[in-house]
Unconditional design. Structure first.
Ligand code: SR1
Ligand code: MG
Length: 394
């Protein structure tokens, strides 16, 4: 029986993914299709289906009822596929150049069928291979300004904002972030993973009460602020990049949260290259600067031209907003730096550093920078001060 008629969830295989594409008439009935499961993330199946003859291809992404990175012992809601598809559609309307097109979704099968982006590379993979993507930072700055403004009270007005707020309640995926970014790395949790050589540095983090206090303040912001619809997992593995194109994928962690969380994840994931890639350090520092400068300029433009809260549309309040976003971004970047170094789900930028001593030294620096950013985020009042602090520690 056709998968579409069955109305029960089942994980797709290469064969059933092709059947689904044919049932949906995405390809001609007589098309010869090839299909490969290419998912290399932590959570989902991803099928790449190609009609060589017509030169047409699609991606079918399917959520699994558990976290693939851990196994069936970590059950996970299938509702995340619906959240992801709905977030993709909203972000596509807001920032069409930077988001893939969704062709079809099915809540029961937890499936999203979308544009094939395989002519691009996952940004993290490209960076590690030596690419630098000249437009990456400008594009992400624009993406952040548009998505964080247009989904906020200032861009949406009070009614739609509250509808979205309800629609994007995402407790299970938020809990993953609450645990993996804000809790586990700062205590001796089973999910943590780090080399023996890092133990003294890690144990120092676990004893650092000032750090724990600041992380709890940031976690409270993550738990309770509803400034904008966030991507929620905006690391460089969630971005496809090329020389002229940038596409943000995978918003299954989308929820209403503090705007600085998305910006901070972008900062942190660029900082992994700043730390690991000595040769291109200045270039990646420049990417961090461009992300913030483009974000700030575009957000300011939208604030002045599209603001639905006329009473708040003053330069004083705009400056208050931007300073808050900046401070939050720096703090959240610090949490992401620490989590990807010693918690669950590391980054290849650091894990791939050859030579144990060099790798451990880079990871120690990452922990130091993360700690400093978290503790001193209120004192770091400008982009120049942020970059100076980073340069002092690397
Ligand atoms: C159990 S999920 C681990 C991580 O993978 C996702 O990409 C998120 O970053 C999450 O924290
Ligand atoms: Mg992901």
């Amino acid at each position: 029986m056709s998968l579409l008629k069955q109305k029960t969830y089942q994980p797709l295989t290469n064969e059933s993914a092709v059947e689904l594409a044919l049932d949906l008439n995405i390809f001609a009935g007589h098309a010869t299709l090839s299909c490969k499961e290419i998912g290399d993330g932590n959570l989902n199946l991803v099928f790449h289906i190609v009609d060589e003859l017509e030169g047409k291809s699609i991606i079918i992404k399917q959520a699994l009822p558990y976290a693939k990175v851990v196994g069936e012992s970590w059950p996970l809601t299938l509702k995340r596929a619906k959240i992801e598809a709905e977030a993709l559609k909203i972000f596509k309307q807001i920032a069409p150049d930077y988001v893939p097109e969704v062709f079809y979704t099915d809540d029961v099968l937890a499936v999203t069928i979308m544009e094939d982006l395989s002519h691009l590379l996952i940004a993290r993979t490209g960076f590690i291979k030596g690419e630098t993507y000249p437009l990456f930072a400008k594009h992400l700055g624009e993406y952040l300004a548009k998505t964080l403004f247009y989904t906020s009270d200032y861009g949406l007005g009070p009614s739609i904002k509250k509808e979205y707020l309800q629609q994007f309640i995402n407790p299970e995926l938020c809990k993953i972030t609450e645990d993996l970014i804000f809790t586990d790395p700062f205590v001796d949790a089973d999910t943590n993973e780090f080399e023996g050589g890092l133990r003294p540095a890690v144990e120092a983090l676990w004893r650092d009460e000032e750090l724990q206090f600041h992380v709890n303040v940031l976690k409270k912001s993550f738990l309770s602020e509803t400034e904008a619809l966030l991507h929620g997992d905006l690391h460089t593995g969630s971005v496809f990049a090329g020389q002229i194109e940038t596409k943000v994928i995978d918003p299954e962690f989308a929820f209403y949260g503090p705007a600085g969380f998305d910006i901070g994840q972008v900062f942190a994931n660029l900082l992994f290259q700043v730390i690991a890639n000595e040769e291109k350090r200045d270039l990646f520092i420049n990417h961090v600067e461009t992300v913030w400068n483009v974000f700030k300029d575009q957000y300011t433009f939208l604030w002045n031209t599209e603001n639905k809260e006329t009473a708040a549309k003053t330069s004083t309040f705009l400056n208050y907003q931007l300073s808050k976003f900046f401070e939050d971004s720096i703090g959240f970047a610090g949490c992401e730096l620490i989590r990807r170094t010693i918690g669950l789900s590391h980054v290849a930028d650091l894990d791939g550093i050859e030579g144990e001593q060099t790798r451990i030294a880079a990871k120690q620096k990452t922990l130091e920078i993360g700690t400093l950013l978290i503790k001193q985020r209120k004192e770091i009042k400008s982009l120049a001060a942020f970059i100076t602090k980073v340069r002092e520690l690397i």
